[in-house]
Design a protein around this ligand. Sequence first.
Ligand code: SF4
Length: 287
Amino acid sequence: MLWNVTTTEYLTSGHMACPGCGASLSLRHALKVLGGQTIVVLPACCMSIIAGAFPSSAFSVPLLHVPFATAAACASGVRRSLLAQGKKGVSVMVWAGDGGTFDIGLQALSGAAERHEDFIYVCYDNEAYMNTGIQRSSATPQGAWTTTTPAGKELQYEKKDVIAIVKAHAPAYLATANIAYPDDFMAKFERARDLSGFRFLHLLSACPPGWKIDSSEALHISRLAVETGIFPLLEQDEEKNLRLTYVPQSWLPVAAYFQAQGRFKGLAEEDIDFLQQETERKIAAYG
Ligand code: SF4
């Protein structure tokens, strides 16, 4: 596909992300779709550092840094302020990590979704608190190493199903995306941009230091997550059911995804067999 993507950069070079950071690549392309009339709301997360310290900024759109738990509440306020001023045509986007979404910001997220607030909420999910040194979050998958994962042989703590939680709020738009599939990624941001109401995108974002992979491997591993069914590409249809937006000719075994990352090196063969069955069960549920 020949992309019609602007050459304007809204996340400029010289930002503070690690090489191979999936979150910064995702943000760069999301902003290209949303355009310069966008206000970004950032809770504490890696992106707070990537953006740079005041008065410098790697963002060339307005940016609001807010306390960890408050991103969705602050975005609600930004939208209502725009409404009060009669300003139209501005996208408001929360850009939060999994800690700020699955854990610390969940209450504000639920409140905004339940009130059908008019903004886009993006969770870039790198599956741990990477910004503060790779501590476990409730988005950390079973069997993944972090500095705070309890040691032991048994698989613990299934990853929280944030998509099911948000779906229960009947959002205007709901999808998963992954920058290793840029056509699908940008089409979903386009659809979210052109709707109103509460819109939620869940992005899997490869993190080389946290996932113990080489920075050159980030996109390859991101693609494996989709090809194995670990992170299926989904979108809510008009009946508000989730459907797959990409189905490979044949699903790869989940072992290909786990064995490519140092954080899963503690997984035993029986764990991988179990996780294979779980993945197949979840994929089958999307029909
Ligand atoms: S720690 Fe991970 S998520 Fe954070 S900037 Fe580095 S690669 Fe990106």
